[in-house]
Design a protein around this ligand. Structure first.
Ligand code: ATP
Length: 506
């Protein structure tokens, strides 16, 4: 942030905004920039009034209008360039007070020729349209490992603990990335209480809890591997061939980090499974974003929700950010602003820009069932590296899925005939195969037996696959995918070999 703030102040931007919950850290950075640029720093808040930071002088004025009047006098002074930090001014702008908005505009106009600046500081900011073009946002990232190291050392010193070896320290700092300084401080302190030292597992657990509590992103710890996915050979190969793309050697080679993947397809065919396996294939942490939550809650908060998600993902980067059923969050963006005052399309626009321009290695895996709700801009080249379509599994894939499902439930695939089972469950998705096996296990358990082919075939007969009920939708999806998306599975050969047996392709 310091570099960007320095540039804006040097360029004479009169109105700036820093949106963060970390007031103290932001103010420390503003102070350092003002010191190096020789600007006279002041801070206003309704509780403390206007404080001249340099002189230590305080003028009580809880009313923001009175504060602006005092600031106007400061801006009248020649030769001194003032920077005023306005804490929580956003609270007076929602809904906006016409007098305050006007005064602020006048003041910004007055500030410009004298090289003064006002910085709005708060945890969110929704400006009225009259001020929207007058105030420029300054990026304020979550703390990097280096800054968290200072927090960690502070906690160790307070608790009279020795500095741990570099590997332990580094592990704890990496685990804390994505937290604010206060949240990281709490996580480190908890680790000290629980283990009398620093344990990255405690810090990681606290981070997962904190992010979950914040409600937008969730850390997913259990990640299946690519071997846990049956079929989808093309998609798996694509991922395998990019598994080293986030390494230091790939960076040295000059390889741009992959941006992301969009996986579209029929429900239950393994899209979420693949999203999770992507993180293990790349060896990166996995964050799951609930797009619906970005738009839920207080009106006007979606923008700051999205900003917070991006900040978290970028702080943890390199990482995989999985956006499940993205169409649910994005559908409002097609309403051309009629239903929610344009918020969805604006937030969606910011998300697309970030996707296109992001420099931090955040690999986005978006999954979708309903393409009719995906806005066309979303599919334009440059956003994702590839778009895959996942169809119903063919016989060979179903046989592979049977083997995986059987093994996952603690049974030996060799005890079953997966080729026969695959033939018996045409039109079934992977999720349905899993459900059928569980059903068969229940029946077998009730009979006091181990599940066998007979239990499974009976369970298959009892099941109506979803595909039978959504014929039209599946046909439409296949039609849409033709020419637009790559097939996740190769279907070219009429018969494909599996484990030495031949399974007929659909
Ligand atoms: P939805 O769109 O409804 O979220 P999805 O396509 O994301 O569905 P998953 O959630 O990945 O489907 O699949 C559900 C479960 O079905 C998985 O956890 C897994 O047990 C099983 N499954 C689905 N497809 C496969 C597959 N190709 N290989 C192995 N298991 C699978």
């Amino acid at each position: 942030m310091q570099q960007q703030l320095t540039t804006y102040l040097r360029a004479g931007y009169p109105g700036l905004a820093i949106i963060t919950a970390e007031e103290a850290r932001a103010e420390a950075e503003i102070t350092s920039v003002c010191t190096s640029l020789e600007r006279h720093l002041h801070a206003w808040s309704s509780s403390e009034g206007l404080i001249d930071i340099k002189e230590g002088r305080v003028t009580t004025c809880p009313d923001p209008l009175d504060a602006l009047q005092l600031i106007e006098r400061l801006f009248g002074q020649e030769k001194i360039r003032h920077v005023i930090v306005m804490r929580d001014l956003q609270l007076y702008l929602e809904p906006s007070d016409p007098m305050l908005v006007r005064r602020l505009k006048d003041l910004l106009r007055l500030a410009k020729p004298g090289g003064h600046a006002m910085i709005l500081l708060g945890c969110r900011l929704k400006l009225p349209p009259e001020l929207d073009h007058e105030i420029t946002g300054v990026d304020f990232s979550l703390p990097a490992a280096e800054q968290l190291g200072v927090v960690l050392d502070g906690i160790l010193a307070t608790n009279k603990l020795k500095r741990p070896n570099e590997a332990i320290r580094e592990g704890a700092l990496q685990s804390a990335l994505g937290l604010t300084t206060t949240e990281a401080e709490n996580a480190f302190a908890l680790s000290v209480v629980e283990t009398n030292g620093i344990d990255h597992k405690v810090v990681a657990r606290e981070k997962a809890r904190t992010l979950k509590r914040n409600g937008l992103v969730e850390v997913i710890e259990t990640k299946p591997s690519l071997a846990d996915i049956g079929g989808l050979d093309q998609l798996k190969e694509w991922l395998e061939r990019r598994s080293g793309a986030f390494s230091t050697s790939a960076k040295a080679y000059g390889l741009p980090a992959p941006k992301g993947l969009l996986i579209v397809g029929i429900p239950g065919t393994g899209k979420s499974l693949t999203a999770k396996a992507t993180a293990s294939a790349f060896g990166l942490p996995l964050l799951r974003l609930d797009m619906g939550r970005v738009f839920a809650g207080i009106v006007g908060q979606s923008e700051s929700n999205l900003r917070s998600v991006i900040q978290t993902a970028e702080a943890i980067a390199p990482c995989v950010l999985w956006i499940d059923e993205i169409e649910k969050g994005l559908s409002g963006s097609q309403s051309s602003g009629s239903s929610d005052g344009g918020t969805s399309s604006r937030v969606f626009g910011s998300f697309l820009s970030w996707m296109q321009e992001k420099e931090k290695p955040v690999f986005v895996v978006a999954t979708a069932n309903d393409v009719s709700k995906l806005p066309p801009e979303f599919l334009r080249k440059g956003r994702f590296d590839e778009l895959f379509f996942v169809d119903l599994p063919d016989a060979l894939e179903r046989a592979q899925i049977w083997d995986i499902v059987i093994a996952r439930h603690g049974r030996k695939p060799a005890d079953f005939d997966s080729v026969v089972l695959a033939r018996a469950c045409e039109q079934f998705t992977g999720a349905e195969i899993d459900a059928v096996f569980i059903d068969a296990m229940h029946e077998a358990y009730a009979d006091g037996k181990e599940p066998g082919n007979k239990h499974i075939v009976e369970a298959i007969t009892r099941t109506v696959p979803l595909a039978n009920l959504m014929d039209g939708q599946i046909a439409a999806l296949r039609h849409w995918a033709k020419g637009r998306a790559r097939e996740a599975a190769s279907r070219s050969t009429p018969a494909r070999r599996y484990s030495g047996r031949v399974a007929e392709s659909n």
